[in-house]
Design a protein around this ligand. Structure first.
Ligand code: KIV
Ligand code: NA
Length: 265
């Protein structure tokens, strides 16, 4: 077995094969997702919320994310690992974006990078692609801009569909190898998926995209607090499993059942 390449994802689109992507921020989950055959892992800036406990994605830095990227790359042998460019690390333009992307590729060992924004980031996508760095775009609702959007809101409803479509066309023209569509109406996602030659990856974008992505703690039910968006489906209750294990461990220490003779030298 070998690493998945962007070319494999294009061939999957041609064959009409759908695939799943997950976030990962550490070695154990990365190893499990890799073995489960998840072709693409994203070290998302959602580590801000899901690892560091920040209230939004805005505060997380490149220096905080690079060690997580290294952990995920080191624990995988098949998955293509994408590093997310955090807020403030690319908005100044193509030069800053390229400098940040090079850090993720060189210090983190990622195989691609992702950044938020449509038409506005096309020059940055072009610069990174020209430098040999595969770029995943992210359009529709982009969490780093939540203060402009006024919260987590569906983008591209009604007449605004043309804006999202123009963004998709611009990032693909600039060289993006794939594009994340977040919280856009299902019919708009379907139209973009049909129109663009690269894979579309939906999150809250309905069933017609080429791939889907979820934050792993949402998918596996480790996160239970806060607002859970409607597009999340929970496939396990990791929080419940861990709460139960923790309670039993503490009980057994208190009542002397642990450690037993078999745990004692
Ligand atoms: O950071 C993230 O988790 C993401 C995805 C969910 C697309 O950008
Ligand atoms: Na992100």
């Amino acid at each position: 077995t070998r690493r998945v390449r962007t070319r494999d994802l294009h061939l999957a689109k041609e064959r009409g094969e759908k695939w799943a992507m997950l976030t990962s921020y550490d070695q154990y989950t990365a190893g499990i997702f890799d073995e489960a055959g998840i072709p693409v892992l994203l070290v998302g800036d959602s580590a801000a919320n899901n690892v560091f406990g920040y209230p939004t994605t805005l505060p997380v830095t490149v220096d905080e994310l690079i060690p997580l990227v290294r952990a995920v790359v080191g624990a995988t042998s098949r998955s293509l690992v994408v590093a997310d460019l955090p807020f403030g690390s690319y908005e100044e333009g193509p030069t800053q974006a390229l400098r940040t992307a090079v850090r993720f590729m060189k210090e983190g060992g990622s195989h691609a990078v992702k950044l938020e924004g449509g038409r506005r980031t096309a020059p940055a996508i072009e610069a990174m692609t020209a430098a040999g760095i595969p770029v995943m775009a992210h359009i529709g609702f982009t969490p780093q801009s939540e203060h402009v959007f006024g919260g987590y809101r569906v983008q591209g409803r009604g007449d605004a569909a043309d804006e999202v479509i123009a963004d998709a066309e611009a990032v693909v023209r600039a060289g993006a190898f794939a594009v994340v569509l977040e919280m856009v109406p299902g019919d708009v996602a379907k139209r973009i998926t049909h129109d663009v030659p690269v894979p579309t990856i939906g999150i809250g974008a309905g069933p017609h995209t080429d791939a889907q992505v979820l934050v792993w703690q949402d998918m596996a039910g480790l996160r239970t607090g806060g607002h859970m968006p409607r597009f999340v489906k929970r496939y396990a209750d990791l929080a419940g499993v861990l709460r139960e294990a923790t309670t039993r461990y503490a009980e057994e220490v208190r009542d002397g059942a642990f450690p037993g003779p078999e745990h004692t030298f």
